[in-house]
Design a protein around this ligand. Structure first.
Ligand code: NAP
Length: 473
C-alpha cells in the first residue's frame, strides 16, 4: 500500500504534513492515510504534466499502446491485491471488486489497441491545386476527478483513452478510496509510463477543483460524480474554455411490461438494483411494473430480496457490503421514511442496525412522487410503483431531469422498439440489468452529463481536429 501521492514521477508527502484518513467502512477502522496536498503541490503536478506532454504526445502511438499493455499486464498480475484494496476501502464484496477489475482492465485493453487507430482524413479539395487534411491531435494536459463507488474502473476509463490519445493526466480520486488509485500509479510507474504522464494526487476537493478549473494549462477536465459537483466544475471552467466530459448522476427507471418474461424481469431487477449495493449511477432507482404482472412480480422479487445477505465484503457469503458513509445510510432511510409516509408498504428489509450495513429493502405501492423516485437513493432500497398504460409508464420514466440509463423488460418486439425510442436516456438495458462493458459507449443525456466513455468513441474526448489547407499544388 502506498501512502504518498505520485506526481512528476516522484512519491511525496504533503509539505504541510496534512493527511486524509481512509477508513474501512465495515469495521470503521483506519485503513490508511494519504497526503492532503496544498496549492503549490497541485500546481507542481499540473506543471509536471505540461512538461511531459510534448514528448509523450510525439511518442509513436504504438509505443504508447505497448506501455498501456504493460500496465494492464501488471494489473492482471496483481489483481487479487487490488481487489482486496477495493474491498478494504470501499466495502463492496470481494467478488464485485474482482468484477470491477475485469471491467476496468477492459478499458486499458481496448485503448492500448485504439492508440494505433487514431486516423485523420483527406478531404476532397474545394478548388484546384489544394490538398485538405484533418489531423487528430491530443488535447493536452487533462485532469480526471473520480468517485468512490468504482475506485478502479472510473479511473481506467479515463486514463486509458487519455494516454492512448497522447494526453498527459493528473487524477484526483475520491477521498474515501484513494488507495486503489495510488496502487494503480505504482503499477503505471513500474510499467515504464514516463514521469509526469500520469499523476495521482490527493487533496481537499474544492481546493483541487478551484486550481484545475482556473488553470489555462489544463485543457480538459473529465469528471465522474454528482450532478451538483459537475455543475460547479462546468461553470468554473467557463473563463478558461475547457473541454469537459461529465459522467453525472442518474435516476434510472426500470419498466416491467405485462408481457415480460417473469424470471428475466426478476433477474434484471436484482442486478439493476442491487449490484454494488445499489451504489451505482446506473442503478435502477425506480421500478415501474404494469398492473397485469404486478402481484406476480412482487411475490417473486420479495423472495429474492429477502435472501440477500448484507455483511463484511471479505466474507464470500456476502451479497451487499456496508454503504460508504453514515450520510449514505441516512439518505437511504430518509427515502424509506418518505415512501412509507406516502402510503408505501414494506415487504422486505428495513433500517440499518446502527452500523453502515443497510439491509436489502423492498417497498410496494410506492407513490410516483416519492423522494426515491425523484432523487438517486444510492443504496439497497427498491421501491416498486404500479402503472397502467404504456404511455403512463413512459411518461413516469421520463419525468426526471436525469437521463443516464433505463431498463425495460418485455417479450414483444414492438414494445421494445417503441420504448427504446421513447425513453430519454443515453443507455437502455433490454431484458438485462448488466449493461456496462468497455466496448460500448457509456454516458447520459439531460443533467446526467456530456460525452461518452468506452468504445472507439471514448478516445475522441481526448482529441482535437487540426485542419490543414495546403494550397499552391
Ligand atoms: P461527488 O461528491 O460529486 O464526488 C466525486 C468526486 O468529485 C470526488 O473525487 C470528490 O472529492 C470530488 N469533488 C467534490 N467536490 C468537488 C469540487 N468542488 N471540486 C472538485 N472536485 C470535487 O460524487 P460521489 O458522491 O462521490 O459519487 C456519487 C455520484 O457519482 C452519484 O451521483 C453517481 O450517480 C455519480 N456517478 C456517475 C457515474 C457515471 O458514469 N455517470 C459513475 C459513477 C458515479 P472528495 O471525494 O474528496 O469529496
Amino acid at each position: 500500500m502506498r501512502a504518498q501521492t505520485h506526481h512528476g514521477g516522484q512519491w511525496q508527502d504533503a509539505a504541510s504534513g496534512a493527511t486524509i484518513t481512509v477508513k474501512d467502512p465495515y469495521t470503521g477502522e483506519i485503513a490508511g492515510s494519504v497526503p492532503s496536498l496544498g496549492e503549490a503541490e497541485i500546481r507542481a503536478a499540473i506543471a509536471a504534466a505540461e512538461k511531459a506532454f510534448p514528448r509523450w504526445s510525439r511518442t509513436p502511438n504504438r509505443e504508447r499502446g505497448v506501455l498501456l499493455r504493460r500496465w494492464l499486464d501488471l494489473i492482471e498480475r496483481h489483481k487479487e491485491d487490488l481487489a482486496q484494496l477495493i474491498t478494504l476501502e470501499n466495502g463492496k464484496p470481494l467478488k464485485e471488486a474482482r468484477a470491477e477489475i475485469a471491467y476496468g482492465s477492459g478499458f486499458i485493453e481496448l485503448y492500448a489497441e485504439e492508440a494505433t487507430r487514431i486516423m485523420g482524413e483527406i478531404i476532397p479539395p474545394n478548388m484546384p491545386g489544394r490538398r485538405l487534411m484533418a489531423e487528430r491531435e491530443p488535447i493536452g494536459v487533462c485532469v480526471a476527478i473520480t468517485p468512490w463507488n468504482f475506485p478502479m474502473a472510473m479511473l481506467t476509463r479515463k486514463i486509458a483513452p487519455a494516454l492512448a490519445a497522447g494526453c498527459t493526466m493528473v487524477c484526483k480520486p475520491a477521498s474515501e478510496t484513494p488507495l486503489t488509485a495510488l496502487a494503480l500509479a505504482v503499477l503505471a510507474e513500474e510499467a515504464g509510463i514516463p514521469a509526469g504522464v500520469l499523476s495521482v494526487v490527493t487533496s481537499e476537493p474544492a481546493l483541487f477543483g478551484d486550481i484545475v478549473t482556473a488553470s489555462s494549462v489544463v485543457r480538459k477536465i473529465t469528471f465522474t460524480g454528482s450532478t451538483r459537483v459537475g455543475a460547479i466544475l462546468m461553470s468554473a471552467s467557463g473563463p478558461t474554455i475547457k473541454r469537459l466530459s461529465l459522467e453525472l448522476g442518474g435516476n434510472a427507471p426500470l419498466l416491467v411490461f405485462d408481457d415480460a418474461d417473469l424470471d428475466l424481469a426478476i433477474e434484471t431487477a436484482m442486478v439493476a438494483k442491487f449490484r454494488n449495493g445499489g451504489q451505482s449511477c446506473i442503478a435502477a432507482n425506480r421500478i415501474y411494473v404494469q398492473r397485469g404482472i404486478y402481484e406476480d412480480f412482487l411475490a417473486a422479487f420479495q423472495k429474492r430480496v429477502a435472501a440477500l445477505k448484507v455483511g463484511d465484503g471479505f466474507d464470500p457469503e456476502t451479497d451487499i457490503g456496508p454503504l460508504i458513509s453514515r450520510r449514505a445510510v441516512e439518505k437511504v432511510e430518509a427515502h424509506l421514511d418518505d415512501a412509507l409516509a406516502g402510503g408505501a408498504r414494506l415487504i422486505a428489509g428495513g433500517k440499518s442496525d446502527g452500523s453502515l450495513l443497510s439491509p436489502a429493502t423492498l417497498l410496494r405501492d410506492v407513490a410516483p412522487n416519492a423522494l426515491l423516485a425523484r432523487e438517486e437513493t444510492f443504496g439497497p432500497l427498491a421501491g416498486v410503483i404500479p402503472f397502467g398504460s404504456y404511455e403512463q409508464g413512459i411518461a413516469m420514466a421520463n419525468d426526471t431531469p436525469f437521463g443516464l440509463a433505463a431498463y425495460l423488460c418485455s417479450s414483444r418486439q414492438e414494445t421494445i422498439a417503441r420504448a427504446s425510442r421513447d425513453l430519454e436516456t443515453g443507455m437502455i438495458g433490454i431484458n438485462t440489468g448488466l449493461i456496462s462493458t468497455a466496448s460500448a459507449p457509456f454516458g447520459g443525456v439531460k443533467q446526467s452529463g456530456i460525452g461518452r466513455e468506452g468504445s472507439k468513441h471514448g478516445i475522441d474526448e481526448y482529441l482535437n481536429y487540426k485542419y490543414l489547407c495546403h494550397a499552391g499544388l
